[in-house]
Design a protein around this ligand. Structure first.
Ligand SMILES: *Cc1c(COP(=O)(O)O)cnc(C)c1O
Length: 710
């Protein structure tokens, strides 16, 4: 963001820009309220982007705010909370590990989902990385994220009248988002370079501030780079192998160099998924360049590297032909001496002579390896068994740290208000303590139910207003107006399904028997409706086909407008969905969902999870905090669909519509309390980040400082 383009701020509210420039505002209610109050229509118009707001807001609005005592009270409170968060000395980390005050943790990921204004994410992996950073900020961890800038971002989705996904790319205007150029120690804009086959690529370094945590973003879109190199950082997950490889080299090798440029010497290095494995290669090269042996270098690098794997299917792991890696890194090897074959061998797997496997590099280069749920840990351990010949399943060094979500980010404001009032205003500090949630029993049923009704209405109003705009602007046919949710009923039981559209997630399971589904949706006085959202990767034809069929079903009179598809799924839409539905549907093909996190976001908002036994759900399901589709996967789609329909017909719909004389569904509300009380503590990012800290970061940091591991 370029400060020169900002209008002058009145002195009294001078720090608005600072508040807007740190994404800390996005998960804290006070600063959010400041921007909402400043100019509510503009807040809506900019899709909650205060940086853009401050560029557009009128001087009258600013002056009025600067004289309005009630605005100033909130502003002062927000600024003081901000100062406290940024300067925090008494954090969880600081209190627990005073000996590690000089340590830092580098966290690498190919995507980070922080806010919808910064479209540098595609899905769940990015949300996990963003939530990890935000929680690290709340806990006071000295964490630095490293990722990619992607000036073209991920695409915006439109759906054509026949249900085909249309991908629109819009160039990100850096002035409109909370990113800033990194300034190097010489006071110049931060730059590093990475040697690739056809020449050296220059990389600019940007930063995003998240309270106490900083995220560095690499960007190759510089005029001095060749056109094909400028393109490198433009989009997420390009399919073409050579470009993808070059991206990952820039991320791994360039990321280490960016940290070095800024004088960082991280104590622990965390690799989030195999896309980031070139970090290992660059760090080994660093040690070898100072005269160490390759094996000594590998031992050193391993000793403080953590690797989290997310992919339970072999095809999901990135591989590249050896010759491609060899030639792209030809100029890198020059500085690594004679050892290029040794380096390349880090990527070999199962005697496959032709491909360099990114996960193999990370497995060889990390002393702490983990999967993201217990079920995924078993699958992962079998999948990579050849790395530990003769070692039985349960003894292979692969642990499990189940994913979690950043509760302050995902909780609805109305639900957070309820917790403030009934659990105490400091509930966010204790939300990973299971005993603390015993207090939730005291929340009056009618208050919970009022919040649930409100959140469902927010979602439906959002869908309706979008359709209205599209209709008014001549961008939607009559059928599309129906498909986008105009006929949804604000009081009907609402099932939500929103995530990346891809074959293994089986979005169409609920359509297995269309007549039975139609009967469920149209039951007299007990209507049910389903809202869908999600993008298919531009190259994923098997993901686009179900999307198109579901969209056509949403237009089909057979379902009477009780099925809707909301376009352009992003973090904003995700918030409305996981907060506004009544039931959250999850039907992946087992065991392909490593963890899944959208059901966690739903559960903490009282949206009940309805899922097959995959990913995180077997760890969480208690019998009274949601439902388990318990037909075994081996029984096939028909049996699982039948189990799903039976749950809906016999359990879910009756419980939702069973009302007492006050109009309250008491059994349902009981389950809501069960869902919140079990999921919020155990599946929060707070629990997850503490687990990474205690099991990996701290033992590694202590070892690095030659302190006892505990
Ligand atoms: C949480 C989230 C996901 C992940 O959803 P899963 O059901 O775990 O696959 C994907 N995209 C967005 C925008 C999300 O917020």
């Amino acid at each position: 963001m370029d400060r020169r383009t900002m209008p002058a701020l009145p002195d009294r509210i001078q720090r608005m820009l600072e508040l807007a420039s740190d994404l800390w505002w996005s998960w804290n209610p006070m600063p959010r309220e400041v921007f909402r109050r400043l100019d509510y229509p503009l807040w809506r118009l900019t899709a909650h982007n205060p940086v853009k707001m401050l560029r557009m807001v009128s001087t009258e609005h600013l002056d009025r705010a600067a004289r309005d005592p009630s605005f100033l009270a909130i502003y002062d409170a927000a600024v003081s909370a901000f100062d406290q968060a940024r300067g925090a000395e008494r954090t969880w980390w600081g209190n627990r590990f005073p000996q590690l005050s000089a340590c830092s943790i580098a966290y690498f990921s190919a995507e980070f989902a922080l806010h919808q204004s910064l479209p540098i994410y595609a899905g769940g992996l990015g949300v996990l990385a963003g939530d990890h950073c935000k929680e690290s900020s709340d806990l006071g961890l000295p964490l630095i994220g490293v990722g990619f800038m992607y000036p073209m971002g991920y695409f915006r989705q439109k759906i054509s009248p026949d249900g085909a996904q249309i991908e629109l790319y819009r160039r990100l205007d850096y002035d409109d988002v909370a990113v800033e150029r990194v300034i190097d120690p010489d006071g110049k804009p931060g730059r590093i370079s990475v040697p690739l086959a056809h020449g050296t690529v220059e990389v600019a370094v940007w930063q995003v501030q998240l309270g106490g945590v900083k995220l560095l973003l690499l960007d190759t879109d510089l005029p001095e780079n060749a056109a094909w190199d400028r393109e490198l950082s433009s989009r997420l997950y390009v399919v073409e192998r050579e470009t993808r490889l070059r991206q990952e080299i820039v991320l791994g090798i360039g990321g280490v160099r960016a940290l070095r440029l800024l004088g960082h010497n991280p104590t622990v290095w965390h690799l989030n998924e195999g896309h980031t494995s070139f970090v290992v290669i660059e760090r080994i090269r660093e040690v070898v360049a100072t005269g160490g042996s390759f094996l000594e270098a590998l031992r050193q690098v391993r000793s403080n590297t953590v690797f989290t794997t997310h992919t339970p299917i072999p095809a999901g792991h990135d591989t590249f032909p050896f010759h491609m890696v060899d030639s792209q890194l030809a100029r890198f090897w020059e500085t690594a001496g004679e050892r290029r074959n040794t380096f390349l061998a880090l990527g070999s797997h199962d005697g496959d002579e032709s491909s360099f496997n990114m996960t193999a590099v990370a497995l060889r280069g990390s002393a702490a390896i983990n999967a993201v749920s217990r079920r995924h840990q078993q699958v992962t351990s079998r999948m990579w068994a050849s790395f530990w010949p003769g070692v039985p399943d349960h003894e292979r060094p692969i642990g499990s740290v189940t994913n979690g979500i950043h509760v302050p980010t995902w909780i609805a404001a109305a639900m957070a208000d309820l917790f403030d009032r009934w659990l105490g205003p400091d509930w966010t500090l204790h939300h990973d303590d299971p005993d603390f949630w015993g207090r939730a029993a005291s929340i009056p049923d009618q208050e919970i139910w009022a919040v649930r009704q409100l959140l469902r209405q927010n979602l439906l109003e959002f869908a309706r207003e979008r359709s209205r705009h599209a209709w008014r602007d001549g961008e939607a046919s009559c059928s599309q107006v129906v498909a986008s949710g105009t006929l949804l009923d604000p009081l009907a039981l609402t099932i939500g399904y929103a995530r990346r559209f891809t074959e293994y997630k089986r979005p169409e399971l609920i359509f297995h028997d269309r007549d039975r589904l139609a009967r469920i949706l149209h039951a007299p006085r007990r209507p049910v409706q389903i809202v869908f959202a999600g993008k298919a990767h531009p190259a994923d034809e098997t993901g686009k086909r179900p999307l198109q069929r579901i969209y056509k079903d949403a237009m089909d009179p057979k379902f009477g407008g009780r099925i809707a598809f909301v376009e352009d799924y992003d973090l904003h839409v995700a918030h409305l969905f996981v907060q506004g539905c009544d039931v959250w549907l999850n039907t992946p093909r087992e065991p392909m969902e490593a963890s899944g996190t959208s059901g966690m976001k739903a559960s903490i908002n009282g949206v009940l999870h309805l899922s097959v036994a995959d990913g995180w759900w077997p760890e969480a399901y208690s019998g009274s905090n949601g439902w388990l589709i318990d037909a075994p996967a081996e029984a096939g789609d028909a049996a699982q669909a039948d189990a799903l329909y039976r749950l809906l017909e016999e359990k879910i719909v009756p419980a939702f519509y069973e009302r007492d004389p006050m109009g309250l569904p008491r059994r349902w509300i009981e389950m809501i309390k069960g869902a919140i009380g079990t999921v919020a503590p155990h599946f929060s990012a707070r629990r997850m980040v503490k687990e990474y800290t205690e099991r990996a970061y701290v033992p590694m940091a202590n070892r690095a400082l030659s302190l006892p591991p505990g």
